[in-house]
Design a protein around this ligand. Structure first.
Ligand code: CP3
Length: 342
């Protein structure tokens, strides 16, 4: 039997449930990655996708920041592009570029290549999760990309700064957009249910690029799919974290999605975010780039953040986006200690 972690023993799970916490829980998006020496060593021998698909190695990478940084939650070592891969769309992760889809999905004909999700295609993740639950004393977070962010990679074929083709599809091909978003949404539900059934104790959905939309377009073209996904996951009874960047303009709409925690980036103050998300728990939002500065600068920013909200109630400390690869991991460790001392 895998050991269980209850709300009672985990400050992270307590904060997700909106409860008061003695110690402020901390974890970092992208904590298991290039800022850590063990990961960089493994990457000399294996590419990213191989690491994510090899349970013993993936588990080792998820565990590294727990020991080294002292964080209060682990994140499954995987990537948002594993879902489209499992659904039949080949993806390459190109060094210093990101995910590349050589045959993008831009027509109804292309869409036929996107197959329904089936759990057998990600049995390696189930195995990684089982290994991790046997080792971890802190909760394990599973995750998925949100349909908009996944769709943007499938349509653009590569990372974009303007998301022009994605928006064009949204505006010009409503039928294609609805089918693509619908199929991806069902995939996200199945993918996260698989992770929860295997032992993930919380899930986070990353809508990393949705902030390129106007609030009205978010409401029309994305929000209904997010509501469907989060409602479907409710019955699994684990905390659901909804994260996006550049979402200050439609954080109120985020608050209308049924979830326990909302993650925000650094472009909004925690006080404003709290007023918009209401009684949901809040996660965030130190600018990742601040970690390149001296500890005194970092600590002053943390103090500023904690003047905006009560960090001991329904709050999880995190960065506003992922750890930058050039971050000194010892500074991350000092930051964890500093927040824990508050
Ligand atoms: O600790 C963790 O969070 C590690 C697990 C993780 C990875 N990707 C591993 C990874 C997580 C949670 C992700 C999420 C992810 N992947 C997102 C959403 C989060 C965000 O940052 O907005 C997105 C948009 C992706 C797609 C993706 N995969 C990108 C943009 C990149 C980076 C490209 C680059 O080289 O900068 C990847 C590759 C990737 N995924 C790496 C890691 C550790 C780097 C691979 C390497 O070692 O070269």
């Amino acid at each position: 039997m895998s050991p269980s972690t209850s709300v009672g023993t985990s400050e992270f799970l307590a904060a997700c449930a909106g409860e008061r916490t003695k110690k402020i829980p901390v974890w970092f998006m992208r904590q298991a990655g290039r800022s850590l020496p063990g990961y960089r060593e493994l990457r000399k021998k294996y590419d990213l996708l191989t690491l994510t698909q090899t349970p013993e190695l993936a588990a080792k990478i998820s565990l590294e920041p727990i020991e080294r940084l002292g964080v209060d939650a682990a994140i499954l070592f995987a990537d948002i592009m594993l879902l489209p891969i499992a659904m039949g769309i080949p993806v390459r992760i190109v060094e210093n570029v990101g995910p590349v889809v050589d045959q993008p999905v831009r027509t109804l004909e292309d869409l036929k290549r996107l197959r329904p999700f089936s759990r057998e295609k990600v049995s390696f993740l189930e195995e990684t999760i089982r290994i991790l639950r046997g080792e971890l004393k802190v909760p394990l977070i599973g995750f998925s990309g949100a349909p908009f962010t996944l769709a943007s990679y499938l349509i653009e074929g590569q990372p974009s700064r303007t998301w022009t083709l994605t928006k064009r599809c949204m505006y010009e091909s409503p039928e294609l957009w609805a089918q693509l978003m619908g199929t991806l949404s069902d995939g996200v539900i199945g993918y996260l249910e698989t992770q929860i059934d295997a032992g993930a104790q919380a899930v986070q959905i990353f809508d990393s690029w949705v902030g390129c939309l106007s609030p009205a377009d978010y409401r029309a073209y994305v929000l209904p799919y997010m509501q469907k996904i989060f409602s479907a996951l409710k019955k699994k009874n684990v905390p659901r974290i909804h994260f996006g960047t550049n979402t200050a303009g439609f954080l109120k709409d985020f608050a209308n999605v049924d979830c326990e925690v909302i993650g925000v980036d650094w472009r909004i103050s925690l006080g404003d975010a709290k007023r918009l998300v209401g009684d949901k728990a809040l996660q965030g939002n130190l600018d990742s780039a601040i970690m390149l500065a001296e500890p005194s600068v970092v600590q002053a920013r943390v103090d500023d953040m904690f003047r905006e909200i009560d960090p001991h109630e329904g709050y999880i400390f995190n960065l506003g986006h992922g750890v930058l690869p050039e971050t000194d991991d010892q500074r991350l460790r000092q930051l964890v200690e500093y927040v824990h001392g508050k």
